[in-house]
Design a protein around this ligand. Structure first.
Ligand code: ASP
Length: 318
């Protein structure tokens, strides 16, 4: 069995490429890196890699991680600037004995020495989004929060090896140096080939409070199906946050176990994800809440067309 699952519609092209690698007996590390790079390279996805939205100071600072479920190797970068593919740097760092999570300038120095591709990640389109937001903020003092999404994936290859990886520009207009859950093991991602893996997207500050990805893997170890594990972890932690803090941030989790069974849960409306397995051609699903359960339905062609149209529509300066 092989399989790959990923947060958001934006992962679909990458999931398709990964599926080609996996069905030919390819490695889960290569497949997931290829898939995440595809998202990082696409300029119209404004929360990952090239075209990602900048921080308060109009700099694109990126977070990414990679984990190998056989060895439990972890590599991650946080607040890294000017490199094309943070996920590849994260994967490279996962091979080091120590110094596995590097931030800011240190991460950039490492990437430079290792010869990773440099790139100015701030696109003209992202600059327009930035200037528009600055105008909105001064006009009505909205909190700098919306405008984010992480690509997070879990992958299983035919040899039973599992991997997980994340990549994000984090929250739009975040403070310089702000790091979310995505490069933090247990929070944004976790995988163990003996069990399965999980990855998150949502408000990092809240996802980190519950180490939600690890919690899902733990529940799968106790025998829960990935769908049950995701629903239980998300519903319980959402409830916990609401009780203690009055509100819970956005939280959407994807998971796959080492049999290629998968699950998804979210506390928002309109969450989309992409999945492919030996038994399932690459497909995009949308999640709805029905009687307190998460129900997944294939996205319609109309929805898919509209998605691309709105992503690529000309952007007006306000
Ligand atoms: N989890 C990411 C962060 O907090 C953002 C997101 O997935 O929407 O940086």
């Amino acid at each position: 069995m092989w399989g790959i699952i990923a947060t958001w519609r934006m992962a679909a092209e990458g999931v398709g490429k990964a599926a080609d690698i996996l069905k030919n007996g390819g490695d889960a590390g290569d497949a997931i890196e290829t898939a995440v790079r595809e998202v990082e390279d696409f300029p119209y996805y404004k929360s990952v890699g090239y075209g990602g939205l900048p921080n308060e100071e109009m700099e694109v600072e990126l977070d990414a991680a990679y984990m190998d479920g056989d060895t439990l190797d972890i590599g991650a970068v946080a607040a890294i600037r000017d490199f094309a593919n943070p996920v590849s740097i994260a994967r490279r760092l996962s091979k080091e004995k120590v110094n596995n999570l590097l931030v800011g300038e240190g991460a950039e120095k490492f990437a430079h020495k290792e010869g990773f591709e440099r790139k100015n990640m701030l696109t003209d389109r992202a600059k327009i989004h930035y200037r528009n937001r600055v105008k909105e903020l001064t006009a009505q003092e909205i909190k700098p929060y919306s405008g984010h999404d992480t690509v997070g994936m879990v992958c299983l290859d035919t040899k039973g090896k599992m991997t997980t990886a994340t990549s994000t520009s984090g929250l739009f207009m975040k403070k310089k140096g702000r790091v979310g859950d995505s490069p933090i093991a247990g929070s944004g991602f976790y995988v163990d080939s003996k069990i399965g893996g999980a990855s998150a997207t949502g408000l990092g500050e809240d996802v980190m409070k519950g180490c939600v990805s690890y919690e899902i893997v733990r529940l799968m170890r106790d025998g829960l199906h990935p769908q049950e594990a995701c629903e239980k972890a998300v519903a319980m932690f959402d409830q916990e946050l609401k009780e203690r803090r009055g509100q819970a941030g956005d939280m959407s989790l994807i998971a796959m176990n080492n049999k290629g069974e998968w699950g998804v849960a979210t506390n928002i409306e309109g969450f989309s994800f992409a999945v492919a397995t030996e038994n399932q051609e690459p497909i995009v699903y949308l999640t709805r809440h029905v009687d307190g359960k998460c129900v997944h339905e294939p996205a319609s062609q109309e929805w898919l067309d509209d998605y691309m149209r709105t992503r690529m529509a000309p952007l007006e300066e306000k």
